[in-house]
Design a protein around this ligand. Sequence first.
Ligand SMILES: [Zn+2]
Length: 401
Amino acid sequence: MSSNEGTGVTIATRDIDAAVTRIIGRIEGPVPGPVLVCVAGMHGNEPAGVEALTRVLDTLTVEGYRIEGTFVALRGNQAAIAKHVRFIDSDLNRHWTRERLGRVTLDREPDPAVSEDADLLELHDVISEILDQAIGESYLIDVHTTSGRSAPFGTVGDTLRNRRFAMQLPLPLIMGLEEHLEGTMLEFFNDQGHVTLGLEGGQHEDASSVDRIEAAVWLALEAAGMLPDSRAATRLADARTFLARLSRNLPRVLEVRHRHFVGPNDRFAMRPGYASFQGVTANEHVADDECGSVTAPETGLILMPLYQPAGDDGFFITREFSPFWLSVSALLRRLHVDNVLPWMPGITRDPSHGGTLLVNGRVARWFALEVFHLLGYRKRRQMGDVLVVTRRREGGKAVRR
Ligand SMILES: [Zn+2]
């Protein structure tokens, strides 16, 4: 551990080795404060995030900016990064389910047949330990890139705290993605009470994806209140201008309306030429698979069209979520309007889990999922006529001091 005299910045760890070690780097300010953890390479064929985080760490070190709290950058799927593939045995970003984590963290013996199990255990332990050290807020960012062309964007689990953090970055924000994906790292840590953000930089091989992620991480440090150093002002202003220009003509907030799931034997092939945020119309022929042509189920903006063999998300359809409804939902949540829900006909509270509601679709048919979204709930599953929704955790984590 070396102390950078005069700046108050302490550099604890700095790994410059090949893509084999977990910690890319760690920088601690002179006093404890907020914590920002960034994970890159959750998918091993997405090296831009590791490169961008390395740059930010290098600049923080060379310029000697004073930071408050702790900034840590980690690698995700180490074996997959070394081989430059999305994953070895299965997608590490689908491993974070209660069942699998329960088994792995309890047994402390990862399944040797699944390469990603060891990463899961180590990442879980490392990230939990760092985030729990936060005095004040704790932030976790998962950095990705896409196989198709894309403007940079953020993804948020829709809590007011996540929104507040993410809205400080000049990027389009996607809400509701997690409802379509089981077992993501961000969903797990969000449920633990941490503020989380997914960051998509652009196409895997596009050199500018590194610049975009780097800019977004600088602004995230600022948004977390960790970069009060006035010498960083120009850098932050440049980062803001750069990202704002890229998202100039895009909606501020979008919601996911549809996910096209791709099975292992579907022989899914996206038709060429689609990029994220490109408009598509209902019934437009966007891809082909085993069964023939795949069409867009509704009009909207396409997101993350799949142009690589690995992955089970063919594409998503999104649409703009108006600022008006954003404000309405924030107000409804602050007023705790959802407290009256269990009094409504057809809605009961799950006795084993206070934050979960069981909605009988035959009785409460006038209650659309959109209403629960506004009130801060996410869909868990549909069981026959019963829709199961869970309130996203809004409060902070239990702080250990
Ligand atoms: Zn990814």
